[in-house]
Design a binder for this molecule. Structure first.
Ligand code: ATR
Length: 267
């Protein structure tokens, strides 16, 4: 039996176990996906232990994504983002990847959102914001990053090929000319708050919200109300998992089964 898992703290509410185990079942693959709540002081021991025990792969979540990036051989994307969400123990080296970036790319591609030449407004410049920003910029969008703490937007914009940094209060004006709005702040998580004024939304926008608890955030409801296209946060979650499964195995991920399991868990 192959073993995969999630390294983080906390991990108890993770949706990755049901999503990945639905994939193993659909593939008739003898594997398990386990959560490992790890003490921050024990990250090195956890990595060595996972390798020694023959664990095939680990996802990484808060607060270890940046720490792990300093400890494994990062691929190009993980190195640029400065964060690892997927570790592969299968090769000679322990390698680090960032499938959050690929998750955003595929979530938007799934919804036929054109990014090449598009104007994208990203609110949020934390961990999720960095992954969203690289996905948008690498797909050819001009990215305007706005964040409550403007210095973090400035720093992120400097790491991107074509980007500018803004205060949150500039967002309504920026949105009038934009094709895409992506929310990567935690605003709307377990609350009815909205990260940008609803009055700034319009029907020519595609609106992606990285928040998935709840799935129907106030931002997405407001976007839907003006006729904008909406993409909820479960799509990013789904496709980062799909991309991780592709890295770990040579199997074809059963995307529909994984999506069903994820949405059942979120419902
Ligand atoms: P994650 O890994 O989920 O991105 P994070 O790195 O803590 O989490 O980032 C949270 C993001 O939400 C940040 O962009 C944060 O803004 P700051 O950088 O100014 O902290 C943003 N955020 C959180 N609460 C917010 C609020 N009430 N209004 C606006 N932005 C908020």
């Amino acid at each position: 039996m192959d073993v995969y898992g999630l390294l983080g703290n906390p991990v108890e509410h993770s949706l990755s176990p049901p999503m990945h185990e639905a994939a193993y079942e659909a593939l008739d693959y003898d594997a398990r996906y386990v959560t490992f709540e790890t003490d921050p002081d024990a990250v090195d021991a956890a990595l060595d232990g996972a390798k020694a025990l023959g664990i095939e792969g680990l996802n990484v979540t808060i607060p270890f994504k940046e720490t792990i990036a300093e400890r494994v051989a990062c691929d190009e994307t993980a190195r640029r983002v400065g964060a690892v969400n997927t570790i592969d123990f299968g090769g000679d080296d322990v390698t680090g990847h960032n499938t959050d970036v690929e998750g955003v790319r595929r979530a938007l591609a799934h919804h036929d959102v054109a990014l090449d030449g598009a104007t994208a407004i990203l609110v949020g410049a934390g961990g999720a914001g960095r992954a969203v920003a690289f996905a948008l910029a690498d797909a050819g969008a001009a990215v305007h990053v706005a964040n409550r703490t403007t210095e973090k937007a400035v720093s992120l914009a400097q790491d991107l090929p074509a980007a500018s940094a803004h205060d949150l209060d500039e967002v309504p004006a920026l949105l009038s000319e934009a094709d895409l709005l992506a929310n990567a702040t935690s605003v709307g998580m377990e609350s009815d708050d909205i990260p940008v004024p609803a009055s700034a939304l319009h029907e020519d926008l595609a609106v992606f919200d990285a928040v998935y608890t709840p799935l129907d955030t106030r931002l997405l409801s407001a976007a839907e109300a003006v006729g904008a296209q909406t993409i909820d946060g479960a799509w990013m979650l789904l496709y980062q998992g799909v991309a991780a499964l592709e890295l770990w195995t040579d199997r074809d991920p059963p995307v529909a089964d994984m999506n069903r399991a994820l949405r059942a868990e979120l419902a």
